[in-house]
Design a protein around this ligand. Structure first.
Ligand code: 0RA
Length: 646
């Protein structure tokens, strides 16, 4: 091809490719969810997913992710390397096609084991479109190839920059400041959690993460390497680190059913909560779906059959419900689906019908074998189920009491609630305040038009350690239900929430800014996480941030939320200023509380969201559970909210 020809062809192809790429830049949220923190991190997952695909095909076993000094990201794998030959249809290097055509991905390689591909499955070209600069370096065919792009446009054709007998792909990208206007700072912890999760979900792949932005006391970069030999079995151990198992070992299976690759691992522990984590193509399906339904069906039918034939149920006077089989259960279900259909509000609910029976059969076989081979464990499980059923009956009565108070009597709001006058829930806020005295201050300081106050007495019940009926009998918790107007529970699903009557769209936890206060916030958050998770997922739960200091000089005064801020204020005010450290909300007067913490114009509310369900579950069970050593270790290593992501 003459040079003239080549450049002509090149530009025609680019025009077509750019249309898709321009669309990504115009509507980034359609492709990566949002342009905030999540979208920013999503870029990394998208590139890594391509490397995982190489690994699932058996071509790659090492992946390294580096956060560079300038918050650009480098990913490296030892796969085959993205092909660099001229792509027949497009007439340019395949590398350029993969990088600049939306949806090209690995599509032209039909045999590849392509099941991963990110939440939106948009491919690495999307990352390219949203990066101010991206360089792809490919080790392949004895050479090193390279191409650089700016905002998705190739600067030059692919060229060889040297020789190498290695293979693999290296991608360095810097998210575009024109797109990611809110933040371009990567969180090591967020990326590290995801890499750990990927290592558990895809055993045998070594995944390393390194942060080159700062060094520790020894001058070393922070780095971790994840490699799981036993996959989900080890994932279960990790999730249940702070819980006490009641059976000998993790029950697990791995295989293919009706053409669907299925992996399941589960264990029973002494807790009362149910922890199911499901994945499709390495994506956490928060909203569950057909694979989870299959798991439930397989579990219930197999255990029911076993319990019936064991004679252990003979004396039981009532039916066992689905819930009862899952109390104290931690399980992970991971399936690979060729063409997943994602449904639901957040597109994290699997819709493919055929998956239900595949998982159900897989689980039944796995459990039948286990129960047969481990009769002692089988007995322990059935007894646990019976206890759960009895507790559920007790809880039902307690719950009905809550229910009656909530729905039957219209004026049945808790006496302690100081309600607001506004009727539209979307405009209403309720502050859950620690202690009656701070509650009183908040009541005086609030705007009664749209702000309600519910004082809570001291430490609320630790739901992590309490059986369900104790939770529903607890007065503070009943007050929360009635004040919020949330009703609960059907016989089949004791925690099914009815949010239609939710009376406030902002539920604000307001506690002292000290250790006790954060303990109480954590107790309240634990309750919401275990019993009203939908409220968190819908974005209704917030944490207030009262200031730590008041700095004053003469008539001038200002507040500080950190030691740094305090020091800056002291400098600004000059000598002779006084500093008051607020030990609790009670030390502020009504006006101060309004100015700093409650006034929508001034305050900072932190919205609580669950970035990683497994990690949130682990952290709550650790912070609030029985085992002291891991909790101490965690608290020593982290601020209390570190991984809850508020
Ligand atoms: C398209 C086709 C092939 C591999 C890849 C893409 C590929 C993409 C990425 C992205 C990061 N690492 C990657 N590794 C591979 C198939 C290659 C062949 O047939 O040899």
């Amino acid at each position: 091809m003459s040079e003239e020809n080549q450049s002509k062809q090149y530009s025609e192809d680019s025009i077509q490719a750019l249309e898709g790429m321009e669309h990504v830049r115009m509507r980034p949220s359609m492709y990566i969810g949002d342009i905030g923190v999540r979208g920013l991190h999503h870029l990394v997952y998208e590139v890594v997913d391509n490397s995982i695909d190489e690994a699932l095909g058996g071509y790659c076993n090492e992946i390294a992710v580096t956060i560079n000094e300038d918050n650009s990201i480098t990913t490296k794998d030892n796969g085959r390397g993205i092909p660099v030959g001229i792509h027949k249809k497009e007439g340019v290097s395949a590398l350029e096609v993969v990088m600049t055509k939306i949806g090209a991905g690995g599509k032209f390689d039909k045999d590849s084991y392509k099941v991963s591909g990110g939440l939106h499955g948009v491919g690495v070209s999307c990352v390219n479109a949203l990066s101010e600069r991206l360089t792809a370096t490919v080790y392949r065919d004895g050479k090193i190839w390279e191409q650089t792009y700016e905002r998705g446009k190739a600067l030059d054709p692919v060229k060889s920059i040297g020789d190498s007998d290695e293979t693999g792909t290296l991608v360095t990208f810097k998210p575009d400041a024109q797109i990611f206007t809110q933040t371009r700072e990567y969180s090591y912890d967020t990326l590290s959690l995801r890499m750990r999760e990927l290592a558990y979900l895809n055993k045998g792949i070594t995944i390393t993460i390194t942060d080159r932005r700062e060094t520790d006391d020894d001058g070393e970069f922070k780095t971790e390497t994840f490699l799981s030999e036993k996959g989900l079995v080890e994932f279960i151990h990790f999730l249940d680190e702070s819980r006490e198992a009641i059976i000998g070992d993790v029950i697990s299976m791995e295989g293919e059913k009706n053409g669907v690759p299925v992996e399941v691992a589960m264990i029973y522990n002494t807790s009362y909560s149910e922890n199911l984590h499901s994945y499709v193509n390495n994506i956490n399906t928060h909203e569950g779906g057909t694979h989870l339904a299959g798991f439930r069906r397989g579990l219930t039918s197999t255990l029911k059959k076993y319990a019936d034939s064991s004679g252990l149920l003979d004396k039981l006077k009532f039916e066992i419900a689905g819930d009862d089989f899952r109390e104290g259960l931690t399980a992970i279900i991971s399936v690979k689906v060729g063409e997943p259909q994602f449904e639901g509000q957040t597109k994290t609910k699997l819709g493919n019908r055929e998956v239900t029976s595949a998982v159900s059969q897989a689980v039944s076989e796995m459990l039948e074998n286990y129960l047969e081979e481990n009769p002692n464990d089988a007995k322990i499980i059935v007894q646990k189920v019976i206890l759960a059923a009895q507790a559920r009956h007790a809880a039902k009565k307690a719950r009905e009491m809550v229910q009656r108070k909530t729905v039957m009597s219209g004026g049945g709001l808790p006496g302690k609630l100081s309600d607001c006058s506004e009727q539209d829930p979307a405009l209403c806020e309720v502050f859950l305040v620690e202690g009656d005295s701070a509650g009183g201050t908040a009541k005086q300081g609030r705007d009664r038009n749209f702000q309600a106050i519910l004082p809570l007495r001291g430490k609320i019940l630790n739901v992590e350690k309490a059986m369900q009926h104790k939770v529903f009998e607890n007065e503070e918790i009943r007050n929360i239900y009635t004040a919020l107007g949330v009703t609960i529970g059907t016989e089949e699903d004791s925690k099914a929430l009815n949010l239609e009557k939710l009376r406030y769209h902002k539920v604000v936890i307001m506690c002292d800014a000290d250790v006790d206060g954060s303990h109480i916030s954590t107790l309240i958050l634990t309750f919401f996480f275990r019993y009203m998770r939908e409220l968190i997922e819908s974005g209704y739960i917030y944490i207030a941030t009262p200031p730590l200091y008041l700095v004053k000089k003469g008539q001038k005064k200002d507040y500080a939320w950190s030691d740094d801020q305090r020091d800056r204020l002291m400098q600004e005010f000059g000598s002779g200023c006084s500093v008051q450290r607020y030990k609790g909300l009670g030390e502020m007067n009504a006006e101060q509380l309004w100015d700093t913490t409650m006034n929508p114009q001034e305050r900072t509310l932190r919205r609580v969201n669950i970035d990683n369900g497994g990690e949130a579950d682990r952290v709550f069970s650790m912070l609030m559970g029985d085992e002291v050593p891991p909790r101490r270790e965690f608290i020593e290593k982290n601020a209390i909210y570190a991984n809850i992501d508020v």
